[in-house]
Design a protein around this ligand. Structure first.
Ligand SMILES: Cc1cc2nc3c(=O)[nH]c(=O)nc-3n(C[C@H](O)[C@H](O)[C@H](O)COP(=O)(O)OP(=O)(O)OC[C@H]3O[C@@H](n4cnc5c(N)ncnc54)[C@H](O)[C@@H]3O)c2cc1C
Length: 466
């Protein structure tokens, strides 16, 4: 124990020497970095409870500097955790006694190619800044999560995030062409020699780091696909007889190629809370650069919606959603805190055949957990094979209720054929249930981790364990 303490002190000295003016261990900074947006951490903080304190925070400015820092951590056997926007909701950046490696000073946009429709960036660039830059060139990443103003590229890739326009453009995994990563031993895994749309030269290494939550290395650069800003847009909303018929309508759109940019199917409870209309409501946004393609897709979508019993309600719900889509946490807090309630969200995905069961069982079982107040649901992020369902939960603001609710939720998802996470990731929150979802596959991932990170220093205790 004494040795560990000494080695931490020596590391702090070495880091302060190597990164003068870019290291902080003052109380205010450490407190700021002691949590992300995990609702349980927010609840604990509100109650004045202790959160895990990092050892210090460092702001490197290049992959070489990240490498130097990681090598120091290895030399003194001190764990480290990468940090980007800090907007994660699973405790992914929370790490007692760790060196926080904040990539936000690595925020340059290195190259934009209109002809190749790609951009090369450092991983600390904020998503909003990148999108504004691309818009000024007539382009877009079209990756717009609700955390759009807070998240940075490295964190988005490390959590395998998805955005509101994913039904047309895909999640972040579809947008990443290549990555530069500092491995947990400090070695730099560079971008490939030539950036190409596809290559059959073995499994793509980039896939190992997408969704790795800082446990397999630190992403320092990314090559991302971009798209011309869409010139034509169409939006409308429809009420369905029930949630299942709305799902069937979107399934048919996906399989016939009438793919919307945004599709969000709110169940009665969610629709009542958001639009003051207690009907299962589907909002649709189509966008294209050709008016002819847009018209053809919209007319096909309208035919499909009518076939499944959808009735037009006009664009007002879409406008409401567009106006309020980033105000999530502040809005929820306003509603729940006066009632001594708290909130969380649980996102999952399943194939079409399983979705109705997942939806009904989740609502029914989780609502019956003692202390749970409301379970709202909407489906978003659609695929040809299925969709994501996003549950918003309110419950009595205490930790026992919280874990009872999560236990029942995770059991229900595993038993009904769904995943325990569609896009928020595992972090500290879901680590307990990962083995049940991945089975023996997790052992092989752990072997990869041990190979890359023999001392187990990269963001310990998260999805893969230590
Ligand atoms: C209000 C709100 C709305 C949200 N909406 C969405 C949504 O619509 N879709 C969605 O997918 N998520 C959403 N999230 C969750 C969160 O914003 C995403 O997970 C986002 O990808 C996190 O990015 P970040 O830059 O803030 O990462 P951080 O919180 O800084 O880090 C997240 C994880 O990635 C690791 N990490 C960070 N940087 C690196 C790096 N350079 N290399 C390797 N690992 C790294 C961290 O160690 C941590 O484990 C939302 C969160 C909030 C608070």
């Amino acid at each position: 124990m004494g040795g560990e303490h000494l080695s931490k002190e020596k590391l702090v000295e070495a880091v302060e020497r190597e990164f003068p003016g870019r290291v902080s261990k003052d109380e205010t900074t450490l407190k700021l970095y002691s949590r992300d947006y995990w609702p349980l951490a927010l609840l604990r903080e509100t109650r004045g409870e202790a959160l895990p304190r990092p050892l210090l925070v460092v702001w490197p400015e290049s992959a070489e500097e990240v490498s130097k820092l990681v090598k120091l951590c290895n030399e003194y056997r001190v764990p480290f955790v990468p940090y980007a926007g800090g907007s994660g909701v699973i405790g992914g950046t929370m790490c007692e006694g760790c060196v926080v490696i904040d990539v936000k000073r690595m925020n340059r946009i290195l190259r934009f190619s209109e002809e190749d429709a790609l951009v090369v960036v450092e991983s600390g660039v904020m998503l909003k800044k990148l999108e504004e830059y691309l818009n000024s060139k007539g382009f877009t990443l079209r990756h717009i999560p609700q955390s759009f103003p807070e998240a940075a590229v490295g964190g988005l890739i490390a959590t395998m995030s998805t955005g509101q326009f994913s039904t047309k453009y895909g999640g972040i995994e579809e947008l990443v062409m290549d990555l530069e990563v500092v491995a947990p031993d400090g070695g730099i895994v560079p971008l490939r020699r030539n950036i190409v749309p596809r290559a059959a030269t073995g499994p793509e290494l980039k896939r190992l780091f997408i969704g790795s939550e800082g446990q397999l290395g630190i992403i320092t650069k990314a090559v991302l696909k971009v798209f011309p800003l869409p010139e034509h847009q169409w939006k409308n909303a429809y009420a369905f007889p029930d949630f299942e018929s709305g799902l069937r309508a979107v399934r048919e759109m996906m399989l016939t190629g009438a793919v919307p940019a945004v599709a969000r199917l709110y169940d009665k409870d969610d629709s009542a809370a958001r639009f003051h209309d207690a009907r299962d409501t589907l909002i649709l946004v189509f966008e294209e650069n050709s008016k002819e393609i847009l018209n053809a897709k919209v007319s096909e979508a309208r035919r499909i919606v009518a076939k499944h019993g959808g009735k037009e309600v006009g664009a007002a719900p879409v406008d409401k959603w567009l106006e309020t889509r980033f105000d999530v946490i502040s809005e929820l807090k306003k509603l729940v805190v006066p009632l001594n309630l708290w909130f969380d969200t649980i996102e999952t995905a399943a194939t079409w055949s399983a979705l109705p069961k997942v939806y009904r069982a989740f609502k029914d079982r989780v609502k019956r957990v003692k202390g749970v107040y409301a379970v709202l649901a909407h489906a978003s992020h659609f695929y040809t094979t299925g969709a994501c369902i996003y549950f918003t939960l309110t419950y009595e603001a205490d930790e026992q209720t919280y874990w009872r609710m999560w236990e029942e939720a995770m059991r229900t998802l595993l038993e009904t054929g769904a995943t325990i996470s569609h896009h928020h990731g595992v972090g500290l929150l879901r680590a307990k249930w990962v083995a049940e979802e991945l089975g023996a596959g997790l052992q092989y991932l752990k072997k990869v981790k041990r190979c890359l990170d023999p001392q187990g220093l990269a963001n310990p205790g998260k999805w893969m364990g230590d």
